[in-house]
Design a protein around this ligand. Structure first.
Ligand SMILES: *Cc1c(COP(=O)(O)O)cnc(C)c1O
Length: 362
């Protein structure tokens, strides 16, 4: 450890030390080839092995059937906000969006450029402090698809399971900030996308898992690079892909497998988050901002009694070796992001610090 500190950043975020160390080695000389990872041709033997293994490991850990394509694309999750409706929403069709935070709002805005976007539920009236109850979701008559955000990075809320959707409606998920943090039943989804920089790798890279039948309805009057079918037909190698991003995602998949897969990952993440939520719940100094039944296991948002104390907390925490704890301005206060790679001891140490801070400032 030594020269590294506890990184609670919301993204780009902490990666497993094993992954970083292997990446350092392969960046210099990939698998004894004498050529560094990002110097290899994307069509050569060495990189072919990298991308094939990344796909195979991704399929294995998440149990992804052959009915789905696994794509490694660019432009982050934000480009997916546009690519989803651009490919899958006809001009006169309606897509349903569940509005649970800043990122889902951005996704809705993009959809409006290509067709109709119906907001089926929204937690905006309570500043996105909760996941809507099933009874509060009102779908349109025949949605082209239903889009939701599984974990709301900024507001610290998370769906416990997928929303029920009208029969036959394709379910689409922005899973950027909780991808592979717990088991996922991919067969419930038509499309899952995740920007890599929270749980998988470097920013700019995005993982897309898309069911084959969705590819049939992709519009062909859109740019080649923005069509899912282009990338599916070319195994993510239509153009020069982000070879570095694909490599690091592949290493993260291997690391997840080594931890014991998604079930073990979920147990680890639940235990980590519990340490911090317990501290908040046992304190009358700190206060969580999300409704307890909607709390995220990835982003823990909390406040102190005053903004001055919050500033003090963040700066003293930084001096004590905890980085990235400042909350997003739309919530204020603090946010501890506890993604897959954050070691459990980081949460325990943070709680020690929180208790000391409370004692000294109450
Ligand atoms: C970070 C994040 C995004 C944005 O990702 P970019 O890669 O910056 O486009 C989108 N959705 C969610 C849920 C996020 O956490």
């Amino acid at each position: 450890m030594s020269d590294r500190i506890y990184n609670f950043s919301a993204g780009p975020a902490v990666l497993p030390e094993e992954v970083l160390k292997q990446t350092q080695k392969d960046l210099w000389n990939l698998a004894g080839s004498g050529v560094g990872l990002i110097e290899h041709s994307h069509r050569g033997k060495a990189f072919t092995k990298v991308i094939e293994e990344a796909e195979a490991d991704c399929r294995e850990i998440a149990g992804i059937s052959s009915k789905y394509k696994v794509l490694f694309l660019q432009g982050g999750a934000s480009l997916q906000f546009a690519m989803v409706p651009m490919n899958l929403l006809g001009k006169h069709a309606t897509a349903d969006y569940i509005l649970t935070g800043t990122w889902s709002k951005k996704a809705v805005e993009e959809a409006k450029m290509f067709g109709n976007a119906h907001v089926a539920a929204s937690s905006k009236p309570t500043n996105f402090d909760r996941i809507p109850a099933a009874g509060d979701i009102h779908y349109s008559a025949r949605p082209a698809y239903v889009h939701f955000t599984s974990n709301n990075t900024i507001f610290g809320t998370q769906w416990k399971s997928e929303p029920d959707v009208p029969p036959g409606a394709p379910l689409i998920c922005d899973a950027s900030s909780d991808i592979f943090s717990r088991p996922i039943d991919v067969s419930k989804y038509a499309l899952i996308y995740a920007g890599a920089q929270k749980n998988l790798g470097p920013s700019g890279a995005v993982l897309v898992i898309i069911r084959d039948d969705m590819l049939k309805s992709v519009r062909d009057d859109i740019p080649t690079m923005l069509r899912y079918s282009t990338h599916a037909e070319n195994n993510s190698l239509y153009n020069t892909p982000n070879t570095f991003g694909i490599y690091v995602m592949g290493q993260s998949f291997k690391w997840i497998r080594q931890i014991g897969g998604l079930k073990a990952m979920a147990e680890r993440n639940e235990a980590k988050a519990k340490i911090i939520y317990d501290c908040i719940d046992n304190s009358d100094f700190f206060k969580g901002t999300a409704q307890p039944d909607s709390r995220s296991l990835m982003n823990i948002c909390f406040r102190a009694p005053s903004e001055a104390l919050e500033e003090k907390f963040i700066s003293e925490a930084k001096a004590a070796g905890f980085d990235g704890l400042k909350g997003h301005r739309s919530v204020g206060g603090m946010r501890a992001s506890t993604y897959n790679a954050l070691p459990p001891e980081a949460c325990a140490k943070l709680v020690e610090f929180m208790k000391q801070f409370e004692m000294a400032n109450r």
